[in-house]
Design a protein around this ligand. Sequence first.
Ligand SMILES: [Zn+2]
Length: 247
Amino acid sequence: MKYGGNTACIELRFENPERLIIIDAGSGIRQLGDYIVANDLPKGPIRAEIFLTHTHWDHILGFPFFTPIYIPGTKLKVYGPSTFEEDSLADVVGGQLVYRYFPVRQAELASDIEYLDLKEDRLDLGDGITVVTDPSYDEAMAREGEQVAAEQNQRIEEFMKNADFIVHDAQYTRGEYESSRLGWGHSTFEQTIAIAKRAGVKRMALFHHDPVRTDTQIEEFTAKYCDSAYTGDTEIFFARENAEIEI
Ligand SMILES: [Zn+2]
């Protein structure tokens, strides 16, 4: 499979070789963990910061299969959104590590894991890295006249202004979304590309493909949605498993 197979997980590497940031702990993090153990562990203990965009199952289910959590000396900071329920992030993510679901319990892990609940924040991580967390873009709510949604959308567009590179969820065509996926919480190709063009984004990867997509379908979408006649000055492409992008 060329374009997908795993759920969301993005690895960020920086000039500073000590620095490792992981975005989302979907099933892709299992493979990343194996890579880290083979390539980073021989150089010293593993330190990483994991940012969870949200705690839906497909974004956290790889966590128990991330091998570094079983290795003494590993230090992880796991950041994720505060939930509206009473459960802390540690309960939501680490709660997968209970006997009901998994043979190893969170308390038995050899690594040092710190959980940090995020609200709408702006974090300076050093090395020139800033993390900004915002609620997501909501086209439908804005169209219904929700002022908060309209302002939020505006903020996101400002944030994306002239960006060199954006990775954006885009799971459906507008037709698919409006016919049967309303309220499923995902973006459409059309909406995402339109925002990128308005914001003057230079390059954008569309990711989080619908799990039922085939490579052939994505290639058809590429012909339709990534053509410069449609995308203008913004380069758009569909994210692929193990793709490496240099910025
Ligand atoms: Zn998802």
